[in-house]
Structure formats: structure tokens, C-alpha cells
Design a protein around this ligand. Structure first.
Ligand SMILES: [Zn+2]
Length: 231
């Protein structure tokens, strides 16, 4: 083996060990009063998903607990195999250190993720909901009671498949989904999908109206043990 190759291998092994030594995330308190250490950002994109923004200022708003990152990324991978024609978009998650995350009331300890609803265009193709400063990165969009906004229709089948993938991946990692917040008026359409029975039996959907309407996005809280928040 020549010396260059040896040196190269040494650095490969070294960089691998450094990665392996990255500390795992530690969450404290609750989603509405908490913080996190060693949070990690979600990847900006993957084969079938993208972030709600690539704006540098906002990129600090997509940090999560490392177990949540694994669940989210693996769920998208399984959807890429089961539903290759569908595309997905995630939105705000939390800041690097957690704590107050305006304008959200939760999202404080790395265990909350907002996802934009998957949508179909007039041709029935899966497309991304447009999110930019003009519509407050998607949060200002208002779907009607049939899940329609302009030329777009909420893709309830894709949404259901995503929730099932998230639930199964969370269980695979030894955790649980605490709750999913989605507009109660639109829930019957979600429960009418092929995976409706699975959702009814396995996933806790919010029954109350929350402080903002969750029609253009659904909010997921993961049940991962956290340490108490020190006073
Ligand atoms: Zn949220």
C-alpha cells in the first residue's frame, strides 16, 4: 500500500470516529416548556421531500432531536418505495437550543414537527405547496372544508400514508407518537382513506380546535423521554 493511500485511510477512519462521537440529543421539559441540547437540523431535501424554505435565516428553525430526525428521514424513505409518485414538504420544527419558538406555543424541546399537507394539482399530480414570504411560508394558506385551495386539493391518501409511516418508524425506534394536530373539520376526509382504520386505531388525532387552524399543515409531537427542566 502506498503512503498516500495509507494517509487517506487514516483520515477516513479518523473522520468516521469523529462522527461517531457526535453527542446524541438530550431533551428537557415539555414541548410547551422545554429546551434541547445537541439538536440536529433536518436535511434540506431528500429523494421525495424538501424543506419549506432554503432561506438561511429560517434554516435555524428546522432543528430536532436526533431520534426525530431519524424517524422523519426513514419515513420519507419508506414512502419513496411505497408511494414513489408522491412528494412531501416539512415546515418548522424548532431552534438549535429549543425554548420559546415564536409564534408557536410548543416546538420547544425538539420533539415537534410541522408538515405541510401534500397536495394534488388539477391533473391529479402530487406537487409541493408553494411556501414563501408572501404566504408566511405556507402558514397563511386556508383550505376550505373539502380540502381545496385554488387549483390544489389536499392529497389525503398521501397524508394518511405519511402518518402511518411516521407511526411505524417511531415504533421501530422504540418510541411513540404522542399526538397529531390536524383540523378537526378535515379529519373525516383523512379517516376515509385506505389507511383510515389504521389511523383510527393507532394515532391520536387532536379533537379540539387549536389556537391556529391546522389545515395547511399538520403538527406532530413525538413521545420521547426527556429529562426534567431545571428551575
Ligand atoms: Zn406546530
Amino acid at each position: 500500500m502506498n503512503i498516500g493511500l495509507k494517509v487517506g485511510m487514516f483520515f477516513m477512519v479518523l473522520s468516521y470516529s469523529v462522527c461517531a462521537l457526535a453527542e446524541s440529543s438530550e431533551c428537557y421539559g415539555t414541548t410547551s416548556n422545554g429546551r434541547i441540547e445537541n439538536a440536529v437540523p433536518l436535511p434540506e431535501k431528500g429523494g421525495n421531500f424538501i424543506s419549506y424554505t432554503t432561506d438561511l435565516e429560517l434554516s435555524g428553525r428546522t432543528f430536532v432531536h436526533d431520534a426525530v430526525k431519524e424517524i422523519v428521514v426513514q419515513s420519507y424513505k419508506t414512502l419513496d418505495e411505497s408511494h414513489p409518485e408522491k412528494v412531501f414538504k416539512y415546515a418548522e420544527t424548532g431552534s438549535k437550543n429549543g425554548g420559546l419558538f415564536w409564534p408557536h406555543k410548543t416546538h420547544q424541546n425538539g420533539l415537534s414537527v410541522d408538515f405541510m399537507v401534500p397536495v394534488l394539482n388539477k391533473k391529479g399530480q402530487s406537487v409541493h405547496l408553494k411556501t414563501d414570504a408572501a404566504n408566511r411560508f405556507g402558514y397563511d394558506i386556508e383550505f376550505d372544508e373539502a380540502g381545496v385551495w385554488g387549483n390544489l386539493q389536499i392529497d389525503f391518501e398521501a397524508l394518511a400514508a405519511h402518518l402511518v409511516a411516521l407511526d411505524q418508524q417511531t415504533k421501530n425506534q422504540g418510541y411513540g407518537l404522542w399526538r397529531v394536530i390536524f383540523d378537526p373539520e378535515l379529519q373525516p376526509l383523512l379517516l376515509k382513506t385506505k389507511q383510515g382504520d389504521y389511523i383510527r386505531e393507532n394515532i391520536k388525532l387532536s379533537s379540539k380546535r387549536s389556537w391556529v387552524r391546522h389545515d395547511e399543515h399538520y403538527h406532530v409531537d413525538f413521545d420521547i423521554p426527556c429529562k426534567p427542566l431545571a428551575k
